[in-house]
Write a protein that binds this ligand. Structure first.
Ligand code: PLP
Length: 368
């Protein structure tokens, strides 16, 4: 994104200091970081001091699990509950630190976390933490994080949300109310390798990386000022587009694409169709098995799409997200995922629908 690139170049050329250095050059870097923290806090609706810069969401999410592993009492069998559709960096770190004390919050067939389950279970016992992502990366299904947060507040259980897929696609306002919140710049037009963790106000978080006293002792290591400024430039630009409601029209294009797909390829089912979804994501259960030939042909036509499993041989594990939504393994192998960016045009969506119909006719000639 232009704004992100320009901010990075400007900072790299004109603000080369180490934000922890005592001299004027360091002071300028520190001031720029302070301003970036204030901007992010403004977008999220939290305090600047609540933000810890990280190398991305994987680190931020690991930090949360590590922090709770250090603070919860295994003797009391304190648990953490995370949704069954979280990104692997949440599942793996929860499993690593908590083993059987990490429980999965179920989701419905439409890909939404089961709030009834949460309410019923909380009435019985209190976990040390509940983690529910803001929107899912595979299906685009928007999660009721506000409702889940309110329920957790009622039971005084800390609430954590991975907002990687939400940020830059939906307005950030209000997300800062979550006790812990993670984000990653590359999902909204910023550089890779930078993100943040928002922590509760005036709370200490057990550092995952030990060393210097950067980030108020919460994350050691020299801050990469240019990429942090670049991340904020990207988010600022996205927030402006969101304020102008530019995402609404993009949602209409996505819906038109889905209609075209369902019409052209009968038997196709849109995953999570009954749930609110991000405007950029379509996960579709195709009428036929999705083979490598499909992907190669689509790739040649200029469309980089993903599947519902780790590979397309039909022997690999289906995605844990589709499995949690109760899709059978054979169905998961028929799933294709499409995601657009802010630059994707209506014509691009039409071209994709046409390419899919063409590829389907070539690969399964008798069925069209
Ligand atoms: N959480 C979600 C929902 C994601 O989609 C991703 C990456 O795609 C991550 C976490 C990990 O982010 P990163 O690779 O920036 O560490």
């Amino acid at each position: 994104m232009r704004e992100a690139r320009e901010a990075w170049l400007e900072a790299t050329e004109h603000n080369p200091g180490n934000a922890s250095s005592p001299h004027q050059i360091g002071g300028r870097a520190n001031a720029a970081l302070k301003e970036a923290r204030e901007k992010l806090a403004h977008f999220l609706d939290c305090q600047p001091a609540d933000i810890v810069w990280t190398s991305g969401a994987t680190e931020a999410n690991n930090m949360v699990m590590h922090h709770f592993a250090r603070t919860l009492d295994p003797a009391k069998r304190d648990e953490v509950w995370v949704s069954a559709i979280e990104h692997p960096c949440v599942h793996e770190s929860a499993k690593h630190y908590f083993g059987k004390r990490a429980r999965l919050i179920p989701v419905t067939h439409d890909g939404v976390i089961d709030l009834d389950w949460l309410t019923a279970e909380l009435a019985d016992m209190r976990p040390g933490l509940v983690g529910i992502m803001a929107a899912n990366n595979e299906t685009g299904v928007i999660q009721p994080w506000r409702e889940a947060l309110a329920i957790c507040r009622q039971y005084k259980v800390p609430f954590f949300s991975d907002a990687v897929q939400w940020l830059g696609k939906m307005p950030a306002r209000g997300l800062g109310e979550c006790d812990y919140l993670s984000g990653a710049a590359h999902k909204f037009g910023g550089p890779r390798g930078v993100g943040f963790l928002k922590v509760p106000h005036k709370s200490q978080v057990t550092p995952l990386l030990l060393g210097g006293k950067q980030e108020q002792g919460r994350r050691a290591g020299t801050e990469n000022v240019p990429i942090i400024l670049s991340m904020l430039a990207a988010l600022e630009a996205r927030e402006k587009q969101l304020a102008r409601c530019e995402h609404i029209l993009r949602g209409v294009w996505r819906e038109n694409f889905e209609r075209q797909l369902l019409k052209n390829l009968s038997g196709t089912v849109v995953v999570g169709a009954n749930s609110p979804r991000l405007w950029n994501t379509v996960s579709a259960l195709m009428p036929e098995g999705v083979q490598l030939r499909w992907l190669t042909k689509l790739d040649k036509a200029g469309f980089a799409v993903s599947t519902g499993s780790a590979c397309t041989t039909g022997k690999e594990e289906p995605s844990h997200v589709l499995a949690a939504m109760n899709f059978k393994t054979a169905e998961a192998h028929r799933v294709l995922r499409f995601s657009s960016g802010w630059e994707t045009t209506e014509a691009n969506w039409h071209a994709l629908a046409d390419a899919l119909a063409k590829v389907h006719a070539e690969v399964h000639p008798a069925k069209t």
